[in-house]
Each structure stands twice: as C-alpha cells, then as structure tokens.
Design a protein around this ligand. Structure first.
Ligand SMILES: Nc1ncnc2c1ncn2[C@@H]1O[C@H](COP(=O)(O)OP(=O)(O)OP(=O)(O)O)[C@@H](O)[C@H]1O
Ligand SMILES: [Mg+2]
Length: 419
C-alpha cells in the first residue's frame, strides 16, 4: 500500500514513521523500527574499509561521523579519514538509508518523504538540505519545521498550540497554528539531555570524593571507567523518569561502589536549567491562550518538565517520536488533504516588540480588525519552491556506497597507519 514517510535526523538519534495512503478514515502514523533502542537508530555513519557506510554503529572516531545533523549549514566539513563531507550530505545519507530500509520492508518507495528540521532553519539551511537530498536521489522529500510536524500529529491542533522541544542537545519553544509557526525561540546555550548526564556525572564525582579524584586519568582503565560511568549516568537519568530511586554503579579499581540517586536529587540538579527553558517558552507564548502544549524530544520524558509547564500539556508515551509521527501525518495531508475536510486557517498576524525573540512575531489576541488580511498562503511550507539545479560534485555518493576514490583513500590511510 502506498505510504508517506516521516524522518527526523536528531543530533544523536534518527527516527522514522510511516503513514499509509490507502484505507478509509484517519490514518494513524506507525513508528518504524530502525534497529536501535526504542525503535530509532543512532545518528552515526561510519565509513568502512569497503567504501560503504555502516549506520548507527559506534566505531573508530576517525571514520565515524556523529552529531552532524546539528551542523547543517556549518561551512566546516566533517572529515572522515581525509575526506571532507558536509553535514547536510551526511544528514541526507541518513535519510536515504532510512528510506531504503523502509522501501525494502514495504516493497515500494515512499510516495513522499517529510523530513522534520529545527524551527530556526531559514531559506539558506533548507536550500542546502534540499540540494543534498536531491543529490542523493530523494526528489520526493519535503522539509517541515519540527513544531509544525509535532502539532500536525494532534487532531485537536486547530487553535494556537505550544511546542516545547528538548532533545539530547537542542532546545526550542514555539507557538503554532495549523501549518504556521507564529512565534519561536531557540537557545543554543540551554542545557539539554547530555548536559543533564554531565550533572549526574558531577554528582557521582562529588559523592565519591577522593576515591574518584585520585584515579589516574592517564591509566587506560580510568578512561574505560569514565566511558562506562557516563553511559550509566544517562541510564540512571532515564530510569528516574519512571521511578523515584536508583543507584549508579561505579567500577573503581578497588571494586564496585553504588552511588544512590533519587528523583528529588536529580530534580534539584537540573531545576535551574529546566526553569530557564520554561521561562523561554513562556516568553514565546506571551499569554497566548494555548489549546495545549505538545512535548517533543526524549528529554521531555523528565517529569519535572511537564510539572513546570503552564496549561494543558500533551504527554505522549514516546515524545522522541512526536515530530516524526506528525511529519508522516502531514505528508499524508499534503497528498490527500486533511482527513476531516475541515478548512485550515493559514493566516498569521505579525507584530511584536520583544527583542528577546529571534524573529518579530505578534500577540495572537489582537482583534483582526487591526490588520489587513495577509494574502493566501500555501498550507505547507515546502522550501525552496524554486529548487536549484543539481550541483555538480567532485564525487558521487549513491545510496550508501561510496565511489572508489574514498575506498582507496581509506585503504591507503589504513596501510599508512599500519592497520
Ligand atoms: N526516559 C527518559 N528520561 C529522561 N531523558 C531521556 C529519557 N529517554 C531518553 N532521554 C534523553 O533524550 C535524549 C534523546 O532525545 P531525542 O532522541 O529526542 O534527541 P535527538 O533528536 O537525537 O537530539 P536533538 O533533538 O537535541 O538534536 C537523550 O539525551 C536521552 O538521554
Ligand atoms: Mg530531536
């Protein structure tokens, strides 16, 4: 059965959902298992010796790209061996891999791919991403801002909806109406999931005192201990979203020690960071009566966050898939129109005097009579409408196989390194 595919390439994790185009009634998006924990897959690409990319596998950092999704538009390339890749090229490779996996399972290619992207992307970022997707042969891909995707997954989302997004690295707050971002803010300095892990790590270090500080940082066993402890701190943080007490195992040379951590203590560690994010959200909302606030991103599983947000908060069982499920549903709407045939209000009032917001946007409770109605707009922001020609590239990447140049390059470098 034909389907549309929603994809979200996050800084650490890539998720996908599909929505079928056949059948009667409202179609529910289905999260697609990509082989990693929780259904997604790590956003990592390792250039292997045979010139192909291994997806989602930890590997030699010289050959493994991670965190690229957050660097789209950054002129500094990601260098694997001695080969430079742009962040958008790597992001498009992830999308291509996901699309290929799903096509193999479904027996056909997606009718359309909807890639959710950070709300702060302007025409430049979107143009680069579109170009990279086209080079990868993904001509049927559309970009959709994450808060629009998130709200599209909710049938109640007719009036203004808040979207609070906190992932592993990124934070954003937005107010949206159907297919319009009315107000938004991103705070690059805002603590997110990895920073919470650091706070837990710091707590363990404090609790252990000298037993920790006297570890020899040059000893390879200490480096192994740090790596394992970081993973255990992250796991403890996740556990505390569902329970009140846990303990973090520390494998010291003298033996294992368990450091207890309660949810109350964890909340104390992260409270000021969370309050900061909530206050940015409140500034973006500026008193707009929201129908509800949708949570996006794995870090919003932390109960303290929903407890501090004002108004009605929509908490999904897996908020790290909220955007991708909505993206798939939005893709269905693009092709078939909304399920209930209700007209979609696309007008937007633009007025603001708050310098704290990145883009000037307006209060939404100002009477319509103060404004001239804006011209009709397309219901979905598909950019760029005027797609550039395919770029000529010095190398061609097909699917996930890399042409001989890079293969020779890795072989040559491996033999130079004596590997
Ligand atoms: N149960 C949980 N409790 C608290 N945090 C969690 C839980 N599950 C996952 N996380 C955190 O969510 C983060 C991953 O979320 P998500 O998959 O939305 O991130 P991402 O999309 O890769 O990153 P970003 O949106 O920042 O680019 C990680 O920091 C992870 O530790
Ligand atoms: Mg994300």
């Amino acid at each position: 059965m034909p389907y549309v595919l929603g994809v979200d390439v996050g800084t650490t994790r890539t998720a996908a959902a599909l929505c079928r185009l056949g059948g009667a009634g409202r179609a529910e998006p289905e999260v697609v298992g990509l082989g990693g924990p929780g259904g997604g897959v790590a956003s990592s690409l390792q250039l292997t010796a045979d010139g192909t990319f291994a997806v989602g596998e930890p590997g030699d950092p010289r050959w493994t790209a991670t965190g690229f999704a957050a660097r789209v538009g950054d002129g500094v390339p990601v260098v694997l061996g001695d080969e430079p890749f742009t962040a958008e090229e790597l992001t498009a490779l992830m999308v291509s891999w996901v699309a290929g996996q799903v096509a193999a399972r479904e027996g056909e290619r997606a009718e359309r791919i909807v890639l959710s992207h950070p709300v702060g992307w302007g025409a430049h970022h979107k143009g680069l991403m579109h170009q990279a997707l086209r080079v990868m042969g993904l001509d049927n891909a559309t970009l959709l801002a994450e808060p629009l995707a998130a709200a599209a997954g909710h049938s109640f989302a007719r009036g203004p909806v808040g979207v609070f997004s906190l992932g592993s690295h990124a934070f954003s707050a937005a107010v949206v109406r159907p297919f319009e971002v009315v107000a938004w803010a991103e705070s690059p300095d805002q603590d997110a999931g990895v920073d919470f892990d650091d706070l837990v790590f710091g707590h363990v270090r404090t609790e252990l005192g000298r037993a920790f500080t006297e570890l020899d940082p040059q000893d390879p066993r200490t480096r192994g201990l740090y790596g394992r402890l970081r993973r255990d701190c992250e796991a403890a943080k996740r556990v505390l979203s569902g329970t009140f007490e846990t303990a973090i195992p520390v494998h010291l040379p003298s033996g294992r020690v368990d450091v207890p951590l309660s949810r109350a203590k964890f909340d104390e560690l992260i409270r000021s960071s969370v309050e900061q994010a909530v206050s940015v959200f409140e500034r973006v909302v500026r008193g707009t009566p929201l129908e509800a606030t949708v949570l996006v991103g794995g870090s919003t599983r932390i109960p303290l966050i929903s407890s501090l947000l004002p108004g009605r908060v929509v908490f999904e069982a897996a908020p790290e898939t909220t955007a991708v499920k909505g993206a798939a549903l939005a893709g269905r709407h693009m092709l078939l129109g909304p399920d209930d045939n209700e007209p979609i209000e696309t007008s937007v009032l633009v007025r603001d005097d708050d310098p704290l917001l990145r883009f000037p946007v307006g209060d939404m409770d100002v009477p319509d009579t103060d404004f001239t109605a804006p011209p009709p707009r397309p219901p979905i922001d598909i950019t760029p409408l005027d797609l550039p020609e395919r770029r000529s590239v010095k190398r061609v990447v097909r699917g996930l196989a890399v042409t001989g140049g890079r293969r020779r390059s890795r072989d040559a470098q491996d033999s130079e390194d004596g590997r």
